[in-house]
Design a protein around this ligand. Structure first.
Ligand code: G
Ligand code: G
Ligand code: MN
Ligand code: NA
Length: 258
C-alpha cells in the first residue's frame, strides 16, 4: 500500500492540515465553536479525507502522534480565535480515536497542550464515537473521567448509529450527544418525515433529562434547522451554515452572524 509507506513521514513533512466546521447555536444563530477535521495534502494524490487515512494511522500506531498534533493545532487555534474575537469564547471540538483513549499519556498530554496554549479546558470538547465505546470498560472510562475532571467536555459522536447501550449514557462522563445526520435527513422533505421528528424529539428529551446538550450534524437547509430548533436541539452543524474550511473563515462568519 503506497499510503502506508508515506504516512509516517507525512507528519514530519507538514502534509496534514485542519479544516474547521462551525457549530451554530440554534436559539440565536450565533457561532458556538467549530469541529476540527484533519486532511492530508498528499504530494501525489492531492487532498485526502480522514476516511482514507485514519484507519491506516490507527493500524500503524501513527494515530497517537497525529492525534496529538491535531489536538495541539486545534487548541492553539481556539486560543487565537479568542484573542481575535470580542464575542463570547469560541470552543473547539476534536475527534478522538479509541486508540488514543488506550494510550496511557493521553490525559497528561491533553492537560499539557491546554496549559501551553493557555486555553481553559472548558473550551475543548473531545468527540468519541459510540462504536469506539462498545463494551466500554474501565480502561476506556477512566481516561474519559479524568479528562472530564480536567473540565474538558466529552461528546458522543455519531449518536444513534452505533450500538448505543443506553446504560452507557449514565456511566460515561458526557456533556453532549451528536446526533448522526441520518436522523435529520427526513427533515429535508416537505412535509418533514413525522417519524424522524418524533425520534429527534425523543432523543432531545432523553438527553436533556440526563443534562446532555444535543448537537445535530448534517443540517443542509433552513427548514431543517427550524425543525431542529423547535424540537429543542441546542447546536447544529452542516452545509447550511458552512462547509469545513480554513480557520480564518470561522472568525469572519462569527462576526457576520453576531
Ligand atoms: O472530514 P470529514 O467531514 O470527511 O470527516 C469524516 C470523519 O473523520 C469524521 O466523522 C470524523 O469523525 C473523522 N475525523 C476527522 N478528523 C479526525 C481526527 O483528527 N481524528 C480522528 N480520529 N478522526 C477524525
Ligand atoms: O464523522 P463526523 O460526523 O465527525 O464528520 C462529519 C462528516 O460529515 C465530514 O465528512 C463532513 O464533511 C460531513 N458533513 C458535514 N456537514 C455535512 C452536511 O451538511 N451534509 C453532508 N452530507 N455531510 C456533511
Ligand atoms: Mn466528529
Ligand atoms: Na459525526
Amino acid at each position: 500500500h503506497g499510503l502506508t509507506n508515506s504516512l509516517p513521514t507525512a507528519l514530519e513533512r507538514g502534509e496534514f492540515f485542519i479544516e474547521y466546521q462551525p457549530l451554530v447555536r440554534l436559539s440565536d444563530g450565533t457561532v458556538h465553536g467549530a469541529e476540527a477535521l484533519v486532511r492530508w495534502c498528499h504530494p501525489l494524490r492531492g487532498v485526502l479525507g480522514p476516511d482514507q487515512f485514519i484507519p491506516l494511522a490507527e493500524n500503524t500506531g501513527l494515530i497517537v502522534p497525529l492525534g496529538r498534533w491535531v489536538l495541539g493545532e486545534a487548541v492553539r487555534q481556539a486560543r487565537a480565535w479568542q484573542f481575535a474575537d470580542g464575542e463570547g469564547p469560541l470552543r473547539v471540538n476534536v475527534n478522538l480515536s479509541p486508540f488514543q483513549l488506550r494510550y496511557p499519556d493521553l490525559v497528561r498530554d491533553t492537560a499539557e497542550v491546554l496549559k501551553e496554549a493557555g486555553l481553559e479546558p472548558t473550551a475543548l470538547c473531545l468527540e468519541v464515537t459510540e462504536s469506539a465505546l462498545i463494551g466500554a470498560d474501565e480502561t476506556l472510562l477512566r481516561p474519559l473521567r479524568q479528562l472530564a475532571d480536567l473540565g474538558v467536555d466529552i461528546a458522543l459522536d455519531d449518536f444513534g448509529t452505533g450500538y448505543s447501550n443506553l446504560s452507557n449514557l449514565r456511566r460515561m462522563p458526557l456533556s453532549a450527544l451528536k446526533l448522526d445526520r441520518s436522523f435529520t435527513r427526513g427533515m429535508q422533505q416537505d412535509p418533514a418525515d413525522p417519524v424522524d421528528l418524533k425520534i429527534v424529539e425523543g432523543v432531545v428529551a432523553l438527553a436533556h433529562t440526563l443534562d446532555l446538550a444535543v448537537t445535530v450534524e448534517g443540517v443542509e437547509t433552513g427548514a431543517q434547522a427550524e425543525h431542529l430548533r423547535v424540537l429543542g436541539c441546542d447546536t447544529a452543524q452542516g452545509w447550511y451554515y458552512a462547509r469545513p474550511g480554513p480557520p480564518d473563515r470561522l472568525h469572519a462568519l462569527s462576526l457576520v452572524d453576531a
